[in-house]
Design a protein around this ligand. Structure first.
Ligand SMILES: Nc1ncnc2c1ncn2[C@@H]1O[C@H](COP(=O)(O)OP(=O)(O)OP(=O)(O)O)[C@@H](O)[C@H]1O
Length: 759
């Protein structure tokens, strides 16, 4: 039954909402202690191994943020006011007054501050925010919240997060209970968003809580004015070879940069910061989207500082300089109470780095690291009597920070309204980005990527940054090898001529490889983790094809003006990242020539190079493949399908056929003794072509499903006449191959090799 009347919300509801809007918590008092702690957390081991794509580069004031959040609440309220529930379940002003009598205002540390926020602010504000943002039509129901503010934070072992806002976990009771009715009242898209986010427990906003002493007004005022931010990287002497550090770096590698909201409930100073694609312009932008933006690379444009001050906040002041910043410095010093977040923090090398660091307060306080890890946009820095609301802008790696808010005294908006605004905005931002990630590519559709394109995105990575998680890959992001791309057919013993599906598949693969070598445009889509390309990045062949060397390469200038038909295009859908090396980022994916009968999807690997050095190195690697090809070496080395340049000039790509997993994969891949001798003769023929591979390691020896061995990675190769160096390289390869053979096979190999040498 609905309590809603045609003329407006049930009696008293709007008055109670107004009262909550102007609610302010009492001022907290610092409990007298022998020694006041101004300590704050140093950058954690994890933070110091961030890749340059993830680190914070700027901190900017955003004085209009508080007002934007408040007017967003007004909008949500006016849209929902006709269907609001009756007062039942609403925490009224009367109840809050009652609570006030029992409130303990004296707090000792940040735990006390966090408890206070949880017990009062979060409890009072979440029902209203949840109703306005998610289920405004649940008019038959009582007031309830699908949001929870919790201090139970999964990623505390890395970046320190003291609290987070997320959706409430599913419970058995709710199946028939009032929450089920609430869910039924939700719009479809909101319900799907809610269900996916609650399943993954993805945080909507993250909180950094400071004690009253560490988060004093001087410290808080300094934060929005930090400006250019110098991230603290690990400077331990042996970082690059220390396995502990490597472990941390590999964790960071798994974090990927998602999209920013396209229509956020706040205004940034410069709209050009938006890196997302406007769906209305999608067709126009096909083929012209800078590839870097797919990967969340920083936008070239920089935000303009805004100087206007909000009415209910403290004015900001210039940041204290390094030597005069007594508050900042004292807060950054570790005074005995060093927080050991995980075993790694004990590393001696780090202590030195902590002492040198000047930004540890801000790096931690601004909670950029935790926002990066959990993919939150809204980050709240709260120290009881002061607060900063911060927004993470991924595209420009900027943190926008409100002016300092004083919870006990702020007005227009009052603290209640501001917090409702923060929660609503966090939900809207989450929804916007979720929609971007789950949107289906309308045109042109990537060719048959099978379930990789249309798969259930809700099953994505739930550990950290939200992702679509589609594709078949093992724990290393490598493709599982079950027949796709002709590995099953490739080594089949079936006789030609018969109508045999295996032979058909083999023929289709040969045709795909042939077509791939004769097409000039790669339409590259990203379909993994948080990536779900709306439009492809276009790459143009920029060096002669290996298998069709006499075909002219497309003109280099003016590249973008030439129109290419689909019959000239290859679609490549990247489905996982395999690894990063000196020459670039290696992805696995699926290639399909557009408009082509008789071809089949082919498993490929795409090595993407970004900076000048990487691109140069990748170009040289391709030249080595060309030289090998022209010397008749093609068996046993990577099958290269082409070298392409991004139209925007931001990246280049080496596209190769997928060749299996490295030799050092556990369990060790199996291959036969004859594959072993053939790999060794491949290396001999490489040497015969005057080239030293230069980097024979287990990682560069790949074994496919059927035991085929392929040598890859000619990024370190060079022309070489030095027979000793070649012999040494040959011995290395033989050593690694022998390690994978049984003892019987090893003796066979030795005999076979000595026969080869003598014969
Ligand atoms: N054709 C391929 N098929 C399957 N996996 C591949 C292929 N090419 C590369 N890889 C995977 O990508 C990893 C890195 O590739 P590669 O060694 O060519 O990159 P790199 O940038 O030169 O690395 P490094 O700097 O370590 O030499 C390989 O160890 C392998 O796991």
């Amino acid at each position: 039954m609905s309590f809603t009347t045609a003329t407006g919300p049930p009696p008293g509801v709007l008055d109670e909402i107004e009262a909550l809007f102007s609610w302010n918590p009492p001022r907290l008092i610092l409990a007298p202690k022998k020694e006041l702690s101004t300590a704050t957390c140093p950058p954690s081991f994890y933070d110091k191994h961030f890749s340059p794509d993830l680190v914070l580069k700027r901190v900017e004031r955003l004085p209009n943020l508080v007002q934007d959040l408040a007017s967003n609440v007004d909008k949500a309220l006016s849209a929902a006011s006709a269907t609001l529930p009756p007062l039942k379940g609403f925490i009224t002003a009367e109840q809050r007054r009652f609570d006030l009598r029992r409130i303990e205002r004296e707090v000792t540390d940040e735990k006390g501050v966090a408890n206070f926020y949880d017990k009062y602010t979060a409890k009072y504000c979440s029902d209203l925010a949840s109703t306005l943002a998610l289920h405004p039509a649940a008019s038959f129901s009582e007031w309830d919240s699908l949001l929870i503010w919790t201090q139970s934070v999964a990623s505390s072992g890395y970046a320190i997060m003291d609290g987070l806002l997320r959706f409430i976990a599913e419970s058995d009771e709710e199946i028939e209970g009032p929450r089920a009715h609430i869910e039924e009242s939700m719009e479809n898209a909101k319900r799907r968003f809610f269900e996916e986010m609650r399943k993954s427990k993805t945080p909507l906003a993250s909180y950094q809580i400071k004690s009253l002493s560490a988060g004093s007004v001087e410290v808080m005022i300094a934060v929005p004015n930090l400006g250019k931010f110098y991230w603290t990287y690990c400077d331990a002497r042996k970082c690059h070879i220390n396995p502990k550090h490597e472990k941390s770096r590999s964790k960071v590698k798994q974090v990927v940069v998602g999209p920013d909201a396209q229509a956020p409930p706040w205004t940034f100073p410069d709209n050009s910061l938006k890196t997302s694609v406007d769906p209305a312009n999608r067709d126009r932008e096909i083929g012209m989207l800078p590839f870097a933006s797919h990967l969340g690379a920083p936008s070239a444009s920089r935000p303009q500082p805004v100087t206007k001050s909000g009415p209910s906040t403290l004015p900001s002041q210039p940041p204290p300089g390094p030597s005069s910043s007594s508050e900042h410095e004292s807060a950054t010093k570790e005074k005995g109470k060093k927080r050991k977040r995980d075993d790694e923090v004990k590393d001696d090398d780090e202590d030195e780095a902590y002492k040198k660091d000047r930004h540890d307060l801000s790096a931690q306080s601004l909670a950029w690291a935790q926002a990066v890890r959990v993919d939150a946009t809204v980050v709240v820095l709260h120290s009881g009597n002061y607060e900063l609301v911060c927004l993470r802008h991924r595209g420009s790696q900027t943190l926008y920070v409100s002016d300092v808010i004083e919870p006990p005294t702020c007005f227009n908006p009052g603290y209640g309204k501001l917090q409702v605004g923060v929660y609503i905005a966090a939900i809207q931002d989450g929804m916007d980005r979720w929609q971007q990630l789950s949107s289906i590519i309308p045109h042109p559709k990537p060719s048959d990527g099978g379930d990789l394109i249309g798969g259930d995105k809700s099953q994505g990575d739930q550990g950290h940054n939200r992702g679509s998680g589609s594709g078949h890959k093992d724990g290393h992001g490598r493709r599982g090898g079950k027949g796709r791309g002709g590995r099953r057919a490739g080594k089949s013993g079936s006789s030609a001529g018969k109508k045999d599906p295996v032979v058909d598949e083999l023929a289709a693969i040969e045709k795909t490889i042939h077509e791939a070598n004769n097409r000039d445009v790669v339409l590259l889509y990203l379909q993994y983790d948080v990536y779900d390309s709306l439009v492809p990045a276009s790459f143009l062949r920029s060096a002669p094809s290996l298998m069709a060397p006499t075909r002219p390469t497309p003109p280099t200038s003016p590249r973008a003006t030439r129109t290419y038909g689909l019959e000239e295009c290859l679609t490549v859908v990247l489905t996982s990242e395999i690894g990063r090396g000196a020459t670039g980022v290696v992805h696995s994916g699926i290639l399909k020539p557009e408009n082509s009968d008789g071809t089949s999807p082919l498993d490929v690997v795409v090595k993407l190079a970004f900076g000048y050095d990487q691109r140069d190195a990748l170009g040289s690697e391709y030249e080595v493949y060309r030289r090998l090809k022209s010397n008749g070496v093609s068996r046993g080395i990577g099958t290269v399908l082409g070298f392409f340049d991004d139209l925007e000039g931001a990246a280049c790509a080496l596209v190769m056929r997928y060749a299996g997993v490295p030799l050092d994969t556990e369990p060790r891949p199996c291959f036969s003794k004859s594959e072993c001798t053939s790999a060794l003769s491949t290396l001999k023929s490489i040497h015969g072509a005057g080239i030293l591979q230069g980097d024979i390691r287990q990682e560069n020896i790949l074994v496919d499903d059927l035991g085929g061995v392929t040598i890859i990675d000619f990024g370190h190769s060079r022309q070489c006449d030095d027979q000793e160096a070649k012999d040494e390289e040959y011995a290395r390869l033989r050593h690694f191959l022998r390690k994978s053979l049984t003892s019987g096979d090893v003796s066979y190999l030795d005999v076979a090799l000595s026969q080869q040498e003598t014969g």
